[in-house]
Ligand binder design. Sequence first.
Ligand SMILES: [Fe+2]
Length: 200
Amino acid sequence: MQNILNVNSAPSMAPLPKNQTASLLQHYLPDTVGQIVRACSEPTDLIAYRVRQALNEGFSPQATQQLLTRINVRPASDQSYTRHILHADPEGRFTVAALVWGPQHCSPVHAHHTWCAYRVVMGELSESHFEWDAIAQKAYLFNKVKRQAGQSVSGNAGLELIHRLGNETAHRAVSIHAYGVDAESISTHVNHVLPWAEKM
Ligand SMILES: [Fe+2]
């Protein structure tokens, strides 16, 4: 991904504000939380797709704006994208986080240890796709697309979806991500970081 300056591909974890004890997602989008809980009872292969549906249906323009008003006042790193936990399922079935991307911030190239779904809610992200070469033990870039606010993606655990997200614009971008892990595991049990190359 030649256009992305990889300032630092590890996210910063923002602490919860002292006065916030309740889930922001539960506060603004209680029906979406309920829909994600129900999606977690679906067969494993369907969960990510159902969660993506829940994000798409719940994030009305008004709810998105309300949530963004709260997210955008939180401290964000200049060095890397910043992760803010929006909801931690009490039973540990899933966690929802907002990722705040400054200009030129990007993720590592990664697959996932769990299901995942995300929706861009502000700005534009670039998503590069990679294919795993089992012989070379490397992921190779084969495609790159723009994801505008309102677009969403889901993927299952494994090497089927290998991607890298980044903000190649001069403006902040925000995306909402749901993962099938408890909040304590979000830094260690979601991204399966892989070696990669641009060309075979
Ligand atoms: Fe991912």
